[in-house]
Design a protein around this ligand. Structure first.
Ligand code: S3P
Length: 452
C-alpha cells in the first residue's frame, strides 16, 4: 500500500520535561534492505535478527518474494529462503516501492542483469527522484529501459540475454549507485569493477563477502576504492544475520537529549561503522556530552552504547569530506545547530537535494517557519543558534513525504519555547515506526494537530 494515499496526519511537539531512560533504536535501514536482498538471492536459509520493520524495508521483502524468495516471520526472526544466485524469477505484477529509494535502486541493479521485464512504481516522493544514476550504468551492461518521463518512476527495465561486466566510476558520492552496479555484476560473467573516488557506506561490500561472493577492495594512491566482483559465483545463506541499531534513527533521540535541558539517555546497540559516524564526530566537536561505551562487535560490525546528556553546544564548520558519513543526518544536525552558541556551517550538501525531498530546501523552510536564522546556499547551510531556545518555534513545517524532515522538526519542538507542528507524520513509519512511542516514553509531548 502507498501511504500517501491515506489522509495526512499533522502532529505537534511541545516543550518537554527532561528526556530520561534507556532505549534501543530499530535495526539499521541500509543493512535491513540488504538482508532481504542478499538473503533472498543466496541459496539456503538466512535467519535475520533485529530487522527494521519499516515500510521501506518491507517493500524490499515483498519485491524479493515476488521474484521467488520465501520470507516468513517466526517470533522476532525473519526467515529468508533464497533462490540461489542467477535464479530470480520474473515478477508477475508491478513492484511498488512506496517511499524507498534504496529499495528500488538496489533492486533495479539486481534485476537489470536478468533477461526478463520488471516494472517499478513508487509514491509521489520516489517518483520525483532521479533514477538515471542507476539506469545509466545498467544501459552499459545492456539493459533496456522504458520510462514515461525522463529517468523517473514509473519505469520498466529488461536485462540482456548475457549482461556485460563493466568497470564503472561512480560520478557522485552514492552508496546506492555503487551497490546497484555491484548487484548487476552478480549476474554478469567475468569481473565487474566499481571505482568509488569518495568512500560511502560499505555495507554492500561487507555483506556480499559474508554471503560468499568473490569481492575484493583496493584503495589507489588517490584514495579511490576499486571494488572488484566476480560474477555468477555462488552466494550462500548466512545462517544467523544480526542487524545492529540504526545510527540514522539514533540521531533523533541523541539530538533531542542534547537540546532538552536536564536530559540523560542511554541508546543501546548503535552501529558504529566509520562510514556512518559523521554526526557523532560533529556533535563531539560541538561539545556534546556523548560517551561511547561498551564497544563490541555484532553481526560483523562495530556497535556501542551511547550515553547522551544535555549539553551546551558551540557552532562548528562541518567539512564537505564528511558528508558521505552523515548524509542522512543533516536535518537532525541543523536542529542541534539551532541551539548552539554561534554559527554552524555545513558544506558539500549537493546530494541532499535529491533525497526523499529536497532536504536542503525543506530544512531551510522549516527553520524559517520557526524563527531560526540561517543561510541556504546552493550546496551549503549555515545555522545561527540560540542556546536557550526561547522565542524559537511556533511554526508549521511542510515535510514533503520525508520521514527525516518530520522527525527532525518534532525534535525541535521538544526544546522550543513555542510548539512546532509538522503537516504529516505518516512517513515516519518508513524508517522508525517506534519513534512516537519511544520519544513519549522518554518524556516527550507529542499531540495530534489540526489539518491546515
Ligand atoms: C543508502 C545510501 C544513501 C542514503 C540512504 C541509504 C544505502 O543514499 O542516503 O538513506 O543504503 O545505500 P545515496 O546512495 O543516494 O547517497
Amino acid at each position: 500500500m502507498q501511504s500517501d494515499h491515506q489522509a495526512p496526519r499533522p502532529l505537534a511537539a511541545r516543550l518537554a520535561g527532561a528526556l530520561n531512560g534507556r532505549v534501543r533504536v530499530p535495526g539499521d535501514k541500509s543493512i535491513s534492505h540488504r538482508a532481504f536482498l542478499f538473503g533472498g538471492l543466496a541459496a539456503g536459509t538466512t535467519r535475520v535478527h533485529g530487522l527494521l520493520e519499516g515500510e521501506d524495508v518491507l517493500a524490499t521483502g515483498r519485491a524479493m518474494a515476488a521474484m521467488g524468495a520465501r520470507i516468513e516471520k517466526r517470533d522476532d526472526v525473519y526467515i529468508v529462503d533464497g533462490v540461489g544466485n542467477g535464479a530470480l524469477l520474473e515478477p508477475e505484477g508491478v513492484i511498488d516501492f512506496g517511499n524507498a529509494g534504496t529499495g528500488v535502486r538496489l533492486t533495479m541493479g539486481l534485476v537489470g542483469a536478468y533477461d526478463f521485464a520488471a516494472t517499478f512504481v513508487g509514491d509521489a516522493s520516489l517518483s520525483r527522484r532521479p533514477m538515471g544514476r542507476v539506469l545509466d550504468p545498467l544501459r552499459l551492461i545492456g539493459t533496456q529501459v522504458v520510462a514515461r518521463s525522463g529517468d523517473r518512476l514509473p519505469l520498466s527495465i529488461h536485462g540482456p540475454r548475457v549482461a556485460a561486466p563493466i568497470s564503472y566510476r561512480v560520478p557522485m558520492a552514492s552508496a546506492q549507485v555503487k551497490s546497484a552496479v555491484l548487484l548487476a555484476g552478480l549476474n554478469a560473467p567475468g569481473v565487474t569493477t566499481v571505482i568509488e573516488p569518495v568512500a560511502t557506506r560499505d555495507h554492500t561490500e561487507k555483506m556480499l563477502q559474508g554471503f560468499g561472493a568473490a569481492l575484493s577492495v583496493e584503495t589507489d594512491a588517490d584514495g579511490a576504492r576499486h571494488i572488484a566482483l566476480e560474477g555468477q559465483g555462488p552466494l550462500k545463506a548466512v545462517a544467523e544475520l544480526t542487524v545492529p541499531g540504526d545510527p540514522s534513527s539514533a540521531a533523533f533521540p541523541i539530538v533531542a537529549a542534547l537540546i532538552v535541558p536536564g536530559s540523560d539517555l542511554v541508546i543501546e546497540n548503535v552501529l558504529m561503522n566509520p562510514t556512518r559516524t559523521g554526526l557523532i564526530e560533529t556533535l563531539l566537536e560541538m561539545g556534546a556530552a556523548i560517551e561511547i561505551t561498551n564497544r563490541r562487535q555484532a553481526g560483523g560490525e562495530d556497535v556501542a552504547d551511547l550515553h547522551v546528556r544535555h549539553s551546551e553546544l558551540k557552532g562548528v564548520t562541518v567539512p564537505a569530506e564528511r558528508a558521505p558519513s552523515m548524509i542522512d543526518e543533516y536535518p537532525a544536525l541543523a536542529i542541534a545547530a539551532a541551539f548552539a552558541e554561534g554559527k554552524t556551517l555545513m558544506q558539500g550538501l549537493d546530494e541532499l537535494r535529491v533525497k526523499e525531498s529536497d532536504r536542503l530546501a525543506a530544512v531551510a523552510r522549516g527553520l524559517e517557519a520557526n524563527g531560526i536564522p540561517h543561510v541556504e546556499g546552493a550546496d551549503s547551510l549555515s545555522v545561527t543558534g540560540t542556546p536557550d531556545g526561547k522565542g524559537l518555534g511556533g511554526g508549521r513545517v511542510v515535510t514533503h513525504l520525508d520521514h527525516r524532515i518530520a522527525m527532525s522538526f518534532l525534535v525541535l519542538g521538544m526544546a522550543c519555547g513555542k510548539p512546532v507542528t509538522i503537516d504529516d507524520a505518516r512517513m515516519i513509519a518508513t524508517s522508525f515506526p517506534e519513534f512516537e512511542t519511544m520519544m513519549t516514553g522518554l518524556g516527550a509531548t507529542l499531540e495530534p494537530a489540526a489539518l491546515a
